[in-house]
Design a protein. Structure first.
Length: 146
């Protein structure tokens, strides 16, 4: 669907042909993905280019898209069943060279330590607060663009 931690030496943020930043959104639940997409909108902040949000429903699709390249950031559902966002984040961070930054959605504040274990770059809370989600994603994208 098109809606159009900074490290020294990090790769430049990938953009689509239209100059938009591609953000991958994962949840096994289509309603959750739709809520994430609505919350992020066309541009998460004025100083960030427009985004192209790509929705995927399975961990395998996440891995395939990340390995193919061109992803500026990921928003993963930490509450997804089977291989949830935390385990998926950990797998990506340990196996993908220069993995894009990951924003992990968590339901319980006490899950922040698991997000740290998974090497997520940022967290946002359920229920989704559009402003918090936009600010967290914008911070990741700013770091990627700098």
């Amino acid at each position: 669907m098109t809606i159009s931690s900074a490290h020294s030496g990090a790769p430049e943020a990938p953009t689509s042909d239209e100059g938009r930043l591609t953000v991958l959104v994962h949840s096994d639940d289509s309603a959750t993905r739709a809520e994430i997409v609505r919350s992020i909108g066309l541009r998460p902040a004025r100083d960030i280019p427009a985004v192209e949000l790509v929705e995927v429903a399975t961990p395998a699709a996440v891995v395939e898209r990340v390995e193919a390249g061109g992803i500026a950031a990921l928003v993963l559902d930490g509450e997804a069943p089977k291989e949830g966002g935390m385990a998926l984040t950990r797998r990506l961070k340990t196996s993908v060279f220069q993995c894009p930054p990951v924003l992990l959605l968590i339901a319980r504040p006490q899950d922040r330590w698991l997000a740290t274990w998974s090497e997520a770059d940022s967290v946002a809370s359920y229920p989704i607060d559009p402003r918090e989600l936009q600010e967290s994603l914008s911070s990741l994208l700013r770091a990627r663009l700098s």
